[in-house]
Design a protein around this ligand. Structure first.
Ligand code: ATP
Length: 203
């Protein structure tokens, strides 16, 4: 079973007749310029929006009808971080690990290079550090599928390279990944496959 399978997916604006698959254990990059429809596609896959037409299956389920059920199996980096600004980095991860009933450990902090920021409040992080925390939060539930909306935006080249390495490790461990990005060269170097979105259609 594919992790993601869309057929003829349409929305009032954005995606138009999109067929998109992510196989189990595959990392697919969704590449496109501003306004191409990447975020709208992610929101459809998350069940935040109802499609105007076509079918979507995420881990075999209809995300609009079964959004809550999928929430435990899908890790998400949204376009805009929604983390509580007054919690520290360590508190944020503890909270999310507890929500997922996972043992609290510092491993994730190390994985995203934020050990030295553990005691800092989220609102004081740099944009790139916050993006790395977003990714750590997405990994808290050990998801079967990651849906990542520009997780490398705002990151410097070193951090971008480390993020892609972490994603490849997740993929190698069996996690399916759909990751959107503005950077086709980067995606080409790291993803298993690239799909290009342009004006709401895949090319
Ligand atoms: N409610 C809306 N009604 C009409 N058009 C909208 C609405 N919301 C977004 N759009 C437009 O739909 C297009 C697709 O937007 P989307 O955010 O999915 O693109 P994107 O590929 O994620 O872009 P970016 O790289 O800038 O994040 C954009 O041109 C956007 O302005």
């Amino acid at each position: 079973m594919n992790a993601v399978s869309c057929r003829g997916l349409r929305f009032a604006y954005g995606p138009r007749g999109v067929d998109l698959d992510v196989a189990a254990g595959e990392m697919v990059a969704l590449v496109g310029v501003n306004g191409a429809g990447k975020t709208t596609t992610m929101e459809l896959l998350l069940g935040h929006r109802r499609p105007a037409g076509g079918t979507i299956r995420v881990l075999g389920r209809d995300p609009y009808a079964e959004r809550r059920r999928l929430a435990t199996e899908v890790g998400v980096v949204p376009q805009d971080s929604g983390l509580a600004p007054d919690l520290t980095v360590a508190e944020t991860l503890r909270l999310w690990l507890r929500l997922h009933r996972r043992p609290v450990s510092g491993d994730l902090l190390g994985a995203v290079d934020l050990e030295h920021r553990a005691g800092l409040r989220v609102r004081l992080l740099s944009g790139g550090e916050r993006r790395r925390l977003d990714l750590a939060v997405a990994l808290c539930g050990r998801p079967r599928l990651l849906l990542l909306d520009e997780p490398t935006s705002g990151l410097d080249p070193d951090s971008r390279a480390r993020t892609w390495k972490l994603l490849r490790e997740q993929r190698d461990a069996g996690t399916s990944i759909l990751v959107s990005t503005h950077y086709p060269e980067e995606a080409a170097g790291h993803a298993d496959r690239i799909v290009i979105m342009d004006g709401g259609v895949l090319r």
